[in-house]
Design a protein around this ligand. Structure first.
Ligand code: ARG
Length: 473
């Protein structure tokens, strides 16, 4: 049933409907459309459009409808009140049409009063803001769970040392807990961005009408409060036609996805046979249909792989909005699918992270051996020489030569004899060996933000405290 048949002599073409109809995806707004409609019914009742008795009947019918879509979220797609077998021609164009028709089925002509003073333009903008707000809250809870798992992993592996990398070459040893804390930082900033976006999402367009503002005496502040919005929108043209709130949210999601892709990539590398630092649980791995020996890190690969579609959703929305004249244009209907898709897949990724991390096996010995190999203590040797009065640039040069000699002998720096070391680093003395031991390198980095064991323990306690402070109920 179309909401706008009066002016038309003939019905819509089937292919036009295939292009135009949005129920197929906007049925997901049902709950929010019903909430928005309920608040609107109250608002027009306050404005004298509905009697108290009419409002009560509408609220009751909307309540029933809310119950229905809660039990059966896909009810709008068919099979409701015997309308399941209807042909495409009699199906509803969008979720707003569906809700209205369901109301009319339940309360007759009274249902036809609800749309007084409202347009689908302010209605859909409101619905989508309610949907986005809820999605943000869900992602925030999921991000928190990821942080919790990272903190738990750091606590479990508090003594584990692995090589830190730059250019994917072994650089300096770091604590695995320090690595965990790096991702905790990224995810906390992601949460911050979502919180920030949420403030601008949480504004109520309802009352903007089609574009110029409604002609009824609506108390917009009360209406906004009713829906949990912080404030009504300030300009009707803007409120019905901008989707920057979707874009901001997607931008925050795209960054989160990018962070998950980095986490995924680190895990994939560390889990490879070449690194051998970690092993994934069977529950988050898959096998090969051909090669019986394979155990593939698909979960981590998809953390990496899902990023493309989230970034794609962001680019898609930016492109849709670009150059649109004020105010509402049907192009804006293209806002939902990218947003829904990005949120669905980001959510899957975020919910998999704790499953990967909580069951991760860390091969501490392999990590420690790798951390000690690869001349990761070369900087410490240079620092040692600096302490003996050698200018850093000279020390760098001398240590480089010592590394070259050690490489030629296929031995780590600490296995060279003092005489061999001195051939390149004349200021080295017996105490050099303590200075270039693995643990010495770590303990020299006891400053805020560094990988020294005490610094990391302090950072972990702080991360834990922030986690409990921000825990959702
Ligand atoms: N399905 C539409 C959308 O998603 C609802 C708004 C339709 N408004 C209109 N004037 N045709 O944007």
């Amino acid at each position: 049933m179309a909401l706008w048949g009066g002016r038309f002599e003939s019905g819509p073409d089937a292919f036009f409907r295939a292009l135009n109809d949005s129920l197929r995806f906007d049925y997901r707004l049902a709950k929010h459309d019903i909430a928005g409609s309920t608040a609107w019914a109250r608002a027009i009742a306050r404005a004298g459009v509905l009697s108290a008795e009419e409002l009560t009947r509408l609220e009751k019918a909307l309540g029933e409808l809310a119950g229905l879509v809660e039990r059966e979220p896909e009810a709008p797609l068919g099979a409701v009140l015997g309308h399941g077998s209807e042909s495409r021609a009699t199906q509803d164009e969008d979720i707003h049409s569906w809700v209205e028709r369901q109301l009319i089925i339940r309360v007759g002509d009274l249902g036809k009063k609800l749309h007084t003073g409202r347009s689908r333009n302010d209605q859909v903008a409101t619905d989508l803001r309610l949907w986005t707000r809820e999605a943000i809250d869900d992602r925030l809870a999921e991000l928190l769970a990821c942080r919790r798992s990272l903190v738990a992993l750091a606590e479990r592996e508090i003594g584990t040392v692995l090589p830190g990398y730059t250019h994917l070459q072994r650089a300096q040893p770091v604590l695995l807990a320090h690595w965990c804390l790096a991702y905790i930082e990224m995810l906390e900033r992601d949460e911050g961005r979502l919180h920030d976006a949420r403030r601008r999402v949480n504004v109520c367009p309802l009352g903007s009408g089609a574009l110029a503002g409604t002609a009824y005496a609506i108390d917009r502040a009360a209406l906004a409060r009713d829906l949990g919005f912080d404030t009504p929108s300030r300009n009707s043209l803007d409120a019905v036609s901008d989707r920057d709130f979707v874009i901001e949210t997607l931008a925050a999601c795209a960054l989160t996805a990018a962070h998950l892709s980095r986490l995924g990539e680190d895990l994939i590398l560390y889990g490879s046979q070449e690194f051998g630092f970690i092993e994934f649980d069977d529950a988050v791995s898959s096998g090969s249909s051909l090669m019986p020996q394979k155990k593939n890190p698909d979960a981590a690969e998809l953390l990496r792989g899902k990023t493309g579609r989230v970034v794609g959703a962001l680019v898609s929305m930016l492109t849709t909005l670009k150059g649109l004249p004020l105010a509402y244009n049907k192009d804006l209907q293209e806002d939902k699918e990218p947003l829904f898709d990005a949120m669905d897949h980001l959510s899957l990724g975020l919910r998999v992270v704790p499953r990967i991390l909580d069951t991760l096996k860390v091969r501490r010995e392999v990590c420690a051996r790798a951390a000690a190999g690869g001349y990761t203590n070369a900087t410490d040797l240079a620092d040692y020489l600096v302490a003996k009065g050698v200018p850093f640039r000279t020390a760098h040069e001398q240590v480089g030569a010592a590394v070259r000699a050690a490489l030629a002998n296929q031995t780590p720096l600490e296995n060279l004899t003092l005489a061999e070391l001195r051939a390149h680093c004349p200021r080295a003395e017996q105490d050099v060996f303590a200075a270039i031991a693995l643990t010495a390198g770590l303990t020299r980095r006891e400053l805020p933000g560094g990988t020294g064991p005490s610094s990391v323990t302090r950072a972990l306690v702080a991360a834990q405290t922030r986690l409990s402070a921000h825990s959702l109920p």
